[in-house]
Design a protein around this ligand. Structure first.
Ligand SMILES: Cc1cc2nc3c(=O)[nH]c(=O)nc-3n(C[C@H](O)[C@H](O)[C@H](O)COP(=O)(O)O)c2cc1C
Length: 297
């Protein structure tokens, strides 16, 4: 693989982690701890800029200022560029766990993520099943919670019931005695799949009556990834206003609207066109669905 260092790793030691960006196929060789911290703060710049070279440009500019100490100057300079100012306005700047640099390998390994999968009483239990089928509990910490109505819909839609891969931890709705119920121990990502309009409305309006709703509330307040997968159609204005509220609060909405340009031939393949997008947004590598490619010249 062609290694394309994107900035000089001054200050790195043998123990500094190496980060590999799969998409741009570039490597940050032996990034010193200070710079790794800075990278975490700049995750949204990565998303906005869409490429590692861009973040490298932003970072290099800060580092090249004489007399600045690496790491701290970056941490406290979110207004360094319009892209960063934007990221602050829309998402807020906040530190991320060392595990979460989506699409990146740290020291040659995929990151270990803590993920909560919440299943509600909307149609589309198969979306939840296929997501669980594609989350590796050996690689990630996977927790599952079901709303009161989820079981009823699962019984209608999944003849064999929900299959939980070994290692997945399940929780009842009523106990708040779980890590993700508190901002002091939030997860990296929570996915509500499928998401009923009832649950979506309750999250949008800050109701935290059970652990599923509380967890979603925590994800929003801690600025962590909350992904909602509604299926409802058609929509009324209440739904749309709740979508708006949630997006303003930082949630990601990925409606269960399958795509067909990859010509899926089974229900699972249709469902996977949505699940693939969810995995992408959690930050988990996947090859479920062939990606769109530009025609080669
Ligand atoms: C078979 C079945 C399918 C349903 N599909 C949907 C749906 O797609 N969207 C939705 O918002 N509600 C749907 N409902 C209704 C919800 O289950 C109901 O509003 C419930 O109160 C949601 O509760 P929850 O948000 O706690 O899961 C469905 C119910 C059943 C029995």
């Amino acid at each position: 693989m062609a290694q394309a260092p994107v900035f000089a790793p001054a200050g790195a030691t043998e123990n500094s982690p190496a980060i590999h960006c799969r998409e741009s196929n570039s490597i940050l060789p032996r990034v010193p701890a200070g710079r790794l911290n800075a990278l975490r703060h700049y995750r949204f710049a990565i998303e906005l800029a869409g490429s590692l070279p861009e973040i490298s440009r932003l970072m290099t500019r800060r580092y090249q200022r004489p007399g600045r100490s690496a790491g701290t100057s970056l941490k406290h300079s979110p207004h360094a560029s319009p892209a960063l100012a934007d990221s602050k306005r829309t998402c807020g700047m906040f530190p991320l766990p060392s595990s979460w640099l989506p699409g990146y390998e740290i020291n040659g390994k995929d990151p270990h993520l803590r993920i909560l999968v919440a299943i509600t009483g909307a149609s589309g239990s198969l979306y939840a099943q296929r997501l669980l089928d594609n989350l590796d509990p050996q690689q990630h910490e996977i927790h599952v919670v079901l709303s009161n109505y989820a079981q009823a819909v699962i019984a209608e839609e999944l003849p064999g019931g929900l299959r939980l891969p070994a290692g997945v931890k399940t929780h009842g709705l009523k106990s708040m005695n779980v890590p993700f119920a508190s901002g002091s121990n939030p997860f990296d990502a929570m996915v509500v799949i499928p998401c009923s309009m009832g649950t979506l409305g309750r999250i949008a309006h800050g109701l935290s009556d059970d652990v599923l709703l509380r967890a979603a509330d925590v994800m929003l307040k801690e600025r962590k990834k909350l992904i909602l997968v509604p299926r409802e159609t058609p929509l009324n204005l209440v739904h749309v206003k709740n979508f708006e509220l949630l997006m303003l609060a930082g949630a990601m909405l990925i409606p269960a609207n399958p795509s067909f340009y990859t010509r899926p031939t089974t229900i699972e393949q249709v469902v996977d066109t949505v699940v693939a997008r969810v995995l992408d947004h959690i930050g988990i590598p996947q090859n479920l669905v062939q990606r769109w490619q530009e025609e080669k010249e």
